[in-house]
Write a protein that binds this ligand. Sequence first.
Ligand SMILES: [Zn+2]
Length: 186
Amino acid sequence: MSEDRILTTISFLAKYAQQQREHYFAAGRPLNASDRTTMQPFFSAALLSRVRIVEMAGRQIEEPPFYPEARARGVQLPQVNHMSSITFVDALVFTEGVKIRDLFHALVHATQFEIFGLAGYIDLYVRAFFKVNRTILVPLEAHAFELDTRFSANSADIFSVEGEVWRWIREGRYGLRSHAGTVTQS
Ligand SMILES: [Zn+2]
């Protein structure tokens, strides 16, 4: 995969994610009181106030417009539809109802988006995906799965998701040390 092609993919996907974010954020509802109470020990209050939830009731999330053409050229890209949830910055979209573990997972991604910014998140995601070719092995995903598993095994085991994301950045575990070095903890 040439650097040009990687940069083009990143720029297309970032534009798509921004458009989807605007669309779904406007259509979304705030977290309900019960979910907010459950998530409060793990996430910042500001994040929990800001996120919006969208339930698709069986409708699919629209695929990025350039995907069919990429597929035709034999380029594999991360799948965005046929997922139970997808996070566009602070807009959390669920295709089959909001299960508590999926909500936790989506909030981990929202935290990662907050720390890396949209462009930084997409950059890390795409570069890792082109290396490993499986969504689940992309570190941003692997971390979200690890933390939602931990939460689901014992929700009384309290930890800060933001703290965990910063720990992975310090340990260079999101894939690109050079990139992680450009993010400063505030
Ligand atoms: Zn995920």
